[in-house]
Design a protein around this ligand. Structure first.
Ligand code: FES
Length: 346
């Protein structure tokens, strides 16, 4: 059993596991402390300084890096804490393109959450806005857009690429006010080592990394990715009967929310206008549309001509997991062969 630590946040007694950071323990108990660069999947970074709290007898400290200790008394709001937090937030926002209404992450942005919690004054921001970034937008990747004008240098994309993917396609480049997240040599992301998995896009707290398809789903359907045998849990974001987004299911033991490029972005075939929606039968040398009954009757009438290893099945990632199960059952149990493959293996 994990050791339990007792401490207090704003006068309320809290229990947490040994090793938990103050921020993690607070969020677990529904106590909001503003934060931007912290992410539960990643090692603490301590870059944004927004999660500042006061520890009685010890002074100010960032809560995302400091582990809880028995008897600590934490204060999340005090004039000093608020002052430091406000300065940190203002400096972040001051070098950020504030065009929220046009941003694909509007209303789903952590910087907006922080700004409205702290209450940033517009007039003060205008005075602070000395550095206006005007960096070209990188839309070289087929699936997502990088707009570094909206980047807050939280480093979540860099740590995701390094810690979770072990790819390391991006890193901080330059120093001081010119710091940017860049690929080696500052090349477009498509020319880098990026594998297009979109894990950084899924974790970006602002609008610096957004999917090209910016439509927002109105509901989600839980299912399993059909592309390979790992069985990643996915949430299909649906809008008007179409899939407009896919995200990993964090509760799935197979992938714990992570996805590859195919699972996350390879869903356009579902609604593609070129997709065959009725069977084709070759008649007089040309394919003609037929009903499913006609196609099934034709195939069934010919199947009896083959048995065992004369027969092979090639299944598809573009049918459901359940349909693929039936395909393998039919191949093995009815046709008596293990000659069975699937396009995802190639
Ligand atoms: Fe703690 Fe950024 S969340 S420093």
């Amino acid at each position: 059993m994990l050791d339990e630590i007792k401490f207090a946040i704003d006068g309320t007694q809290i229990k947490a596991n040994k090793g938990d950071t103050i921020l993690k323990a607070a969020l677990k108990h529904g106590i909001y402390i503003p934060h931007l660069c912290d992410h539960p999947d990643l090692e603490p970074f301590g870059g944004c300084r927004l999660c500042m709290v006061e520890i009685k007898g010890k002074g100010l400290s960032i809560s995302c890096k400091v582990p809880v200790e028995e008897g600590l008394e934490i204060i999340t709001e005090s004039p000093e804490v608020n002052k430091v937090r406000r300065i940190a937030a203002e400096l972040l926002i001051a070098s950020h393109h504030v065009d929220c209404l046009e941003c694909a992450r509007n209303t789903d942005c952590k910087l907006q959450d922080v700004a409205s919690y702290i209450g940033i004054e517009e007039g003060r921001l205008k005075r602070l806005k000395r550095v206006i970034k005007d960096l070209p937008i990188d839309d070289s990747n087929p699936f997502f857009i990088r707009d570094l004008n909206k980047c807050v240098l939280c480093g979540i994309c860099i740590r995701t690429c390094g810690e979770i993917l072990n790819v390391g396609a991006i890193d901080f480049a330059f120093r001081g006010t010119g710091t940017l997240v860049a690929t080696v040599g500052g090349k477009p992301i498509l020319q880098s080592r990026c594998v297009s998995c979109g894990e950084c896009v899924a974790r970006c707290p602002v609008g610096a990394l957004v999917p090209k398809n910016a439509e927002r789903p109105t509901r989600e359907v839980s299912t399993v990715c059909t592309y390979c045998g790992v069985g990643c849990g996915i949430k299909l974001g649906v809008r008007g009967g179409r899939i407009v987004r896919v995200r990993g299911d964090v509760n799935s033991p197979a992938n714990r929310g992570n996805l590859c490029v195919k699972g996350r972005f390879g869903y356009d075939f579902v609604n593609h206008p070129d997709r065959l929606t009725s069977p084709l039968i070759k008649r007089n040398g040309a394919f003609v549309e037929a009903t499913f009954e006609e196609a099934l009757d034709l195939v069934a009438s010919k199947l009896t001509d083959y048995k065992g290893d004369q027969f092979a099945t090639f299944a598809s990632a573009r049918i459901t997991t359940e349909d693929n199960y039936v395909v393998q059952k039919f191949t093995r149990a009815v046709m008596g062969t293990n000659n069975l493959d699937h396009c995802a293996r190639l």
